[in-house]
Structure formats: C-alpha cells, structure tokens
Design a protein around this ligand. Structure first.
Ligand code: F6R
Length: 264
C-alpha cells in the first residue's frame, strides 16, 4: 500500500489525474472503475483539461461506475448518471457504448440485474484501475459498515449517516434515496489497481482506520489492506489522524527510487 500525502484537495485531484492519465496512455483500452461524490471532482476536471489539450484520449477506454441510487431515473439531477455525464463524460471522448453505470430505475429482478453488471465487468476483461472515495463511516462504493468483505454487486440499504451526508446534493425537503445498487467489496478487490482519494478533516478518522486499523467489516475500506496495488492519495486534513506519516513519506521516496514504474 502506498500513501501519498498532498497539501490540499486541489493537489489530490491533480495527482490522481496524473496517475489516471498515465495509466490511460499506457493502456488506451483500459477499463476504469469510477466514483462520484465531491472528492473526485478535481480529478475529473483535470482529466478534461488534459483531454482538451489533446494529450488524453478515452475513445478506446471503458468505464464501470461503482454505484447508483435506487429509484432515480438517468436524467434525475441527483442521479450518478447525471453526475457522471455533467462532470466528466460530456467533457471527454468515451464511446457511449463503453460507459456502464448501474441502472437505478429498475423496479424488479434486482439480483439478476446485479449479476449481469458483474458479468459485464468480467466480459470487458475486469477493471484495470478503480477510483474510490471514502465515506465518513469508512464505506467504499455504498458498502456500508458490516458489508461482507466478499460482497458482489447488489442492492444495499444506506445508513442514516450516509443519507445525511448525501443530503447536501439534494434540494431542501427532497426525499433522499434509502437504497443504492453498488459494486461489492469483493468486486472492488478484483480490480488490478486501486486509487483511493480522501480530502478534509471529516474523513481523517475513516482514513486512519482504513490504513492503520485492523481489517474489519466495520470499516469497509480496511479491506483494501488485502489488495496488493492500492494507493491512497490524501490531503493534510484527511491524513490528520495517521500515526505513521513520516514512514509513509519515506516509503514513497524509496518507491520513487527503486520502483518508479509503480507510481507512473
Ligand atoms: C460514490 C461513492 C461513495 C463516495 C463517498 C465519499 O460513487 O461510491 O463511496 O466515494 O461517499 O463521498 P464524497 O466524495 O462526496 O465525500
């Protein structure tokens, strides 16, 4: 596991975009796993800037989003479909048939639908690079505390805490979705490489538990300790509760010296 400490959220976004861009250039047919939320917004903006400058081509890439609220149509302004199109896909050149986002508008046959999502990931060759944010309660995707560490794509009930955190994206008085379709922790762990981003003090406790705490279903992100290629990119505020910061800094320097391709 690598921990990259950056001064602020803007630097986190830039570093994440640099890593994604270099992975796309190395493998134009890359399969990306994508996240929504406020954390990756800076990264998406940077990637769009690189694309507009002519130095980044997504035409052969494919993507699978982590999750979607259940009950929201694709054009609902708070849906993750809408989020992804307005914040990323409309600014770059993905081929529309290679974009996959769980369909929150389904009304039945949930597990068949979710099994089909898993099958599409497999038939695309699996996810090469998965981007994640982290919830205050340590969730990744919408794998709320006590999700099985072996879970696959499924319907998941959201905790009150997550619903409250999501309220800021909805107009005052609007109903907040209670369930989502989300890739499971097992699905995420199958990705060949994982980049997880965190910014702000409100994430500090979850980040410390994910990186330094025991592996526990109580903190879904701690399952990433089982993955051989995980990079955390976090700002000073999100790193606040870590006890081994100097060591992570040293590991980073040594990685640059001995295995720089790992950071490309
Ligand atoms: C979003 C997702 C969630 C968010 C997490 C952090 O697709 O899967 O796990 O990454 O809730 O959200 P923000 O970035 O808004 O703090």
């Amino acid at each position: 596991m690598l921990v990259i400490l950056k001064e602020n959220a803007q630097e986190v976004g830039k570093e994440a975009a640099r890593m994604v861009a270099s992975a796309v250039r190395a493998n134009p047919k890359i399969v990306l796993g994508l996240a929504t939320g406020s954390t990756p917004l800076g990264m998406y903006e940077e990637l769009a800037v690189l694309h507009r400058a002519g130095s980044l081509d997504f035409s052969k890439a494919a993507s699978f989003n982590l999750d979607e609220y259940l009950g929201l149509a694709h054009d609902h302004p708070q849906s993750f479909h809408y989020f992804m199109h307005s914040n990323f896909f409309s600014h770059v050149n993905f081929s529309p048939d290679k974009i996959h986002i769980p369909d929150g508008s389904i009304r039945s046959n949930y597990s068949e639908y979710c099994d089909g999502y898993e099958r599409s990931i497999k038939s695309a060759g699996g996810i090469d690079l998965q981007i994640l944010g982290i919830g205050r309660n340590g969730h990744i995707g919408f794998n709320e505390p006590n999700s099985s560490l072996a879970s696959r794509t499924r319907l998941k009930e959201l905790t009150r805490e997550t619903m409250e955190d999501n309220r800021r994206f909805f107009p005052p008085g609007a109903e907040i979705p209670e369930c989502a379709i989300t890739m499971g922790i097992g699905t995420i762990l199958d990705a060949r490489r994982v980049l997880i981003l965190a910014t702000g003090k409100s994430k500090a406790a979850a980040v410390a538990k994910a990186i330094e705490g025991p592996i526990s279903a109580a903190v879904s992100a701690s399952a990433l300790q089982l993955h051989p290629e995980v990079t955390f990119i976090i700002d000073e505020d999100a790193a606040y509760a870590l006890t081994q910061r100097e060591y992570y800094q040293r590991v980073l320097e040594l990685t640059k010296k001995y295995t720089p391709e790992k950071l490309a």
